[in-house]
Structure formats: structure tokens, C-alpha cells
Design a protein around this ligand. Structure first.
Ligand code: GBH
Length: 502
């Protein structure tokens, strides 16, 4: 058995994408409630003009049966996020610097979920922040634009450690801070929808704000980890870290320009967060593409807290890109990306209907190797040798999301949609890649969470794009397992240790 005994096999979700019930039992709005309910200057923000108001109705009604689905799919772990504005009581107006109280009803809900998971022998992995920032903090001082939020995030995190930490041994502070910074404050396509692009947003400065927000996210993460390590880990014995979004950026051709471009693309997406956290500084290439003074500085005391603030490398990855020099987009590291190789053929095996995602399992294997460490490759792939002297992160990788939206699934009748052979092909390729990375390449991997347990609110795509292994009929909220759920069940079962008690 190539996977360690305690390897986590499971599925992932996020609060705003599944819960619904935005105003129940003391929850106050998050930036996603505000964003989905206000039009942008050019019209629609969400492809089908929807919101997470109902989503999969997980909070009010379906959570017990959704957890039963996890058992029926053979999962021994479940990654989900908690809603900050359900757990902290923002109903009382407060000034900047004052801390808010607790919302006991929200805490009780998650406690119920955790107890049921434990009863089922499913290990919970909690994400504290999956983009649903409290609107109250936005109104109070501008949310993540103000360093004050570090204190409020730590306050929230400590409530979670205190209330849930006896049952939770895997904590993820932030999900994909690149998305929150670049999509929320650069392109303006995610909440809070700020951008210099005036067709998208009336407010915001994309040359400054994403960097401030990213900096404060890194600090929020790091100080939450410090609090956990000092106050809770000694008794609770859990592990804590961050989840970053990464793409296998493969040089378009064997020119120095393309290799440098691939490095910049990686730095602009992942290194922006990973390098401070694992190495103690922003990536050098970010300074070469941004005007002087764009990247905020950490104080010496801060960098002591930031460096080494993740026990593992939490990885969300879906696709690979060929990269070459060019373009002016800072959030892509001034590179151009494509799926078409110089000889005109496709990089990946097949595409999805969303323009950013192609299935290329070999890219996943390369990425796992690269994140683990740069070294002579023991297998046929050339690793990402953009700069061979560079050490990468050398931390156990927790794959916290990986998945595929089957083409046009939304238009298919149920009887066809549940036979999601393209998604099955995707998971076959990607699970095989992670197995080879562990077995043949010696990469340390601690989990594989498929995205997602359920079809759900896919952010700017609304309900039109489905990533679930379970089909959700949004008229009836009935759940229908797809073939991909049974494929993963079999893969989990074939790879689990029989004596692991799960
Ligand atoms: C994850 O993000 C999210 O964590 C999860 O909530 C989501 O449902 C899931 O993926 C599926 O999308 O500007 O070119 O990057 C994945 C990363 C970032 C991919 C935004 C799509 C938009 C196109 N996503 N990106 S681009």
C-alpha cells in the first residue's frame, strides 16, 4: 500500500456554496451575499443571476443525509468550511478594535456536523475562510484591506479551535487567497467585486488593493496558526496550514524565456503566498513585474510569525497550462497561457466546458514533484526546472481539491447526467497520477479530497457549472450519485489500509 495509514480519502465543500439559509439563526451577510445581490455596472455578476440563498439547502435540511452520502462513498475524511458570520455574532454594532461575541446557534450547527462525522468514523478537515468575509467587517473598516482584520480573524479562529478542536485534527486557515485577492480586487469577478475595470466595478484600485489584501491574508493566516500552536495544539494535537491554488505551469518550449515565464506564472499565482509562508519572503520575480513599492513589507516580528506558518502544503489543483512570455497581466506574472503545444496538438487529454480547465494528469504528477522539492527526476518527466538551484517547499502535500465539471452536464436529463464518464476519466487519470507521485517518485502526500461532494453554487458561474460527484436537482433538492462517486469509492477502498479502522 503506497499511501500512509492515516491518509485522508474524501470530498470537499465550502459553506457559501452549499449551505443556503443566509439569515437563519443569527447569521449575518458575508461579502458573497452582498455581491450576488447587487448588479455590476455592466449587468450580471453571476452567470444565471443566482446566489447562495438556497444553494443545496444543506444547513436547514440536508446535512444529515449529505454526511450519509460520504459514508456510502467510502470517504474517511471530509473537508468543509465554516461560515465566519454564523459563528461570530455581528448583529451588535461595534467600533473598529472592539471584538464581537459568539453566535451559539451557528456554533451548535457545526458541532452537530462534527459529532455526526465522528460517529461515522469520518475525519473532519475544517477550512476557516473560504472567501465568505463578514459584510459587517467590510462596513466597519473595509474588510481585508485593513490590517485590523488580522485581529478579527484570529478572534474567529480561536472560537473555532476552542469549540471544535477536540474533534478536529486538521485545520486549513485560508482557501486560495490568490482568488480572494486577484479575483475579488483585481478582476472584480468575485466578491467583494472591487476593480479598476469600471465595466465591472465602480470602486477599487487593482494596482494596489490586491497586494494589500494578500498581505493581510498572509498575516491573518500566520497569526491564527501562531494562536493554534501556542494555545491549542499542545492539548489538541492537530495540524494546521494553508491551502493554495496551483496550476502545473509548463514552459511552452525549451527557450530560457519560456522557462522564466513559467516561473513567473507560478510565482504570481502560488509563490505570492507560498514563498512568504514557507521561505519568509515574496518571490523575487514579483518585484521585477510590479512597480516599486507595490508589495507591502513585513516587519521583522511579522516575518518571524509568517515563515514556517504551515505544517503542510494544502493544494487545490485542477489543470495545467503551457506558458510563454508576454502580456501585461500582473496576476498571471506577465505571461500568456495556452493549451496548444507548438506543434498544434493539445496539451491535455480532454477539455471541460469551462475555458480554464483541461484534463492533463501528467501535469498533476509534475506539479506534485515540483512542490515537494526540485531534484533530479527519478521518472520520465522533466520536473519544473525553471531554476534548478531553487528549493521548493518540501512539506507533505495535502491535496485539498481536485475535480472536473463535465461538459454540458447542466443541460442533460438526469438519467444521462449521472453517467458522467468524462468526470470518471478525469478522476481515473488524476488518482493514478497521485498514486505514481507517491509510489514511484517518493512525494509525500497526506490526502486526496475530490471537489466536490455535491453540485453546488459555483461562484460567478452560479448553478450552470456542476463539479459534484452527486447530482443535485435544484427544483427538488434531491441528491443522485453519479458514476464518479462510485469510481472514487472503489479507488478509496482499493488504496485504504485494511487495518486503518475506516
Ligand atoms: C476552487 O477554485 C474553489 O476553491 C472552489 O470553491 C470552486 O468551486 C472550485 O475550485 C471549482 O472552480 O481567472 O483564469 O483563474 C479553483 C480555482 C480560480 C479556477 C478561478 C477558476 C477562474 C478563471 N479557480 N478560476 S482564472
Amino acid at each position: 500500500m503506497p499511501f500512509p495509514k492515516d491518509f485522508l480519502f474524501g470530498f470537499a465543500t465550502a459553506a457559501y456554496q452549499i449551505e443556503g439559509s443566509p439569515a437563519s439563526e443569527g447569521r449575518t451577510p458575508s461579502v458573497w451575499d452582498t455581491f450576488t445581490h447587487s448588479p455590476s455596472p455592466s449587468g450580471k455578476r453571476i452567470a444565471d443571476s443566482s446566489s447562495g440563498d438556497t444553494a443545496t439547502d444543506h444547513y436547514a435540511k440536508h446535512w444529515p443525509s449529505d454526511l450519509a452520502l460520504l459514508s456510502s462513498y467510502g470517504a474517511n475524511a471530509y473537508r468543509f468550511s465554516v461560515s465566519w458570520s454564523r459563528i461570530v455574532d455581528f448583529s451588535v454594532p461595534r467600533a473598529k478594535g472592539e471584538r464581537d461575541g459568539r453566535n451559539e446557534a451557528g456554533i451548535k450547527f457545526y458541532r452537530g456536523v462534527l459529532e455526526e462525522l465522528v460517529r461515522r468514523g469520518i475525519k473532519p478537515a475544517i477550512t476557516l475562510f473560504h472567501w465568505d468575509s463578514p459584510q459587517a467587517l467590510e462596513d466597519r473598516y473595509g474588510g481585508w484591506l485593513d490590517k485590523e482584520i488580522v485581529h478579527d480573524f484570529v478572534h474567529f479562529a480561536k472560537i473555532c479551535f476552542e469549540e471544535f478542536g477536540d474533534l478536529v485534527k486538521h485545520w486549513i486557515t485560508l482557501n486560495e487567497p490568490w482568488c480572494y485577492s486577484a479575483l475579488g480586487y483585481g478582476y472584480g469577478v468575485h466578491a467583494p467585486g472591487r476593480s479598476s475595470d469600471r465595466t465591472r466595478s465602480a470602486v477599487g484600485d487593482s494596482s494596489v488593493e490586491p497586494y494589500i489584501v494578500a498581505h493581510n491574508l498572509i498575516l491573518g493566516h500566520a497569526y491564527a496558526v501562531k494562536a493554534y500552536r501556542e494555545l491549542f495544539a499542545p492539548a489538541q494535537n492537530g495540524t494546521i496550514g494553508i491551502t493554495l491554488d496551483a496550476i502545473a505551469f509548463i514552459p511552452y518550449d525549451d527557450t530560457p524565456e519560456s522557462h522564466a515565464a513559467a516561473q513567473r506564472a507560478f510565482d504570481a499565482r502560488t509563490g505570492w503566498f507560498a514563498d512568504p509562508i514557507y521561505k519568509g519572503h515574496y518571490p523575487a520575480s514579483l518585484y521585477t513585474i510590479t512597480p516599486p513599492g507595490t508589495l507591502p513589507t513585513f516587519t521583522d516580528a511579522e516575518i518571524e510569525v509568517v515563515r514556517g506558518s504551515s505544517d503542510f502544503f494544502g493544494l487545490n489543483t485542477y489543470t495545467s497550462n503551457l506558458v510563454r512570455d508576454g502580456g501585461s497581466d500582473l496576476f498571471k506574472g506577465k505571461t500568456q497561457t495556452t493549451f496548444i503545444k507548438p506543434d498544434g496538438s493539445e496539451l491535455g487529454l480532454f477539455k471541460s466546458h469551462v475555458d480554464w480547465l483541461q484534463a492533463y494528469p501528467d501535469g498533476f504528477r509534475q506539479l506534485l514533484n515540483y512542490l515537494w522539492k526540485v531534484r533530479p527526476s527519478p521518472h520520465r518527466f522533466r520536473p519544473f526546472t525553471y531554476s534548478p538551484s531553487r528549493k521548493t517547499y518540501n512539506k507533505t502535500i495535502y491535496v485539498t481539491e481536485n475535480g472536473f465539471p463535465a461538459p454540458k452536464e447542466n443541460d442533460l436529463p438526469l438519467a444521462e447526467a449521472i453517467h458522467d464518464s468524462t468526470r470518471v476519466a478525469y478522476f481515473r487519470g488524476y488518482t493514478d497520477a497521485v498514486l505514481k507521485a507517491v509510489e514511484e517518485d517518493g512525494v509525500a502526500v497526506g490526502s486526496y479530497f475530490a471537489w466536490s461532494l455535491l453540485d453546488n453554487f459555483e461562484w460567478a458561474d452560479g448553478y450552470l457549472t456542476r463539479f459534484g460527484v452527486t447530482y443535485v436537482d435544484y427544483d427538488t433538492q434531491k441528491r443522485h450519485p453519479k458514476d464518479s462517486a462510485w469510481f472514487l469509492k472503489e479507488w478509496f477502498e482499493n488504496n485504504k489500509h485494511k487495518d486503518a479502522g475506516v
